[in-house]
Design a protein around this ligand. Sequence first.
Ligand code: ADE
Length: 241
Amino acid sequence: MIFDILTIFPSMFSSPLEEGMVGKARERGLIHVRVHNIRDFAPGRHQMTDDRPFGGGEGMVMKPEPIVGALRAIEASGPAARSILLTPQGRLFTQEVARRLSLLPRLVLICGRYEGVDERVAEYFTDDQISIGDYVLTGGELAAMVVVDAVARLIPGVLGNEGSALEDSFSQPVLEHPQYTRPRDFEGMSVPPVLLCGNHETIRRWRRGQALLRTRMRRPDLFARLELSPEDRELLEESQK
Ligand code: ADE
């Protein structure tokens, strides 16, 4: 899968997308991340990428010409792409959105800055607008990194262990059970004894109970959407004792 990122701060992407599983997936050619500087497509000697808003008001707005110039150059170079603007005005990014994007051959992610992007870019040159949450960042760059990371790990081969992506939180709308590793005793806090019992079925039941309990406490919105089996009800009851 190819990710093309349009930004006025290309260097922000160097380290975050070179480490860990995303970095490995790039080395192995499972994903390609290309970062393009919007400024390179800005006409004129000053290569301006922003300007004052028509109608007045605070801040600056990103001009359409550089972004559209970059989009046209990118789209001419390879498979058809879905172009997405990262903005707090977009629809919410969820695991389901990540899953659908992971099926595409190519994504173009446009990072807005300042007070936003000229609305004609949003309306006529993008296929979708995405927000990663109900808070305002200083730009779309961090949001684009979140999207690349969440989408890349769903591409077959990227995680190595294909089960991991299916099992984790939000594939089913249940939070994950707690995890522990060595040492058994850390500064007087010990690992729940059930995890040391060696009985896989007992451990599975305990984990499911903990996952349900956690979801009910921390994410009542997700819990309300769950269809609990009779076993789930029993485990939830047990885990509160
Ligand atoms: N740009 C600024 N805030 C953002 C957000 N929450 N999601 C996506 N892009 C953004």
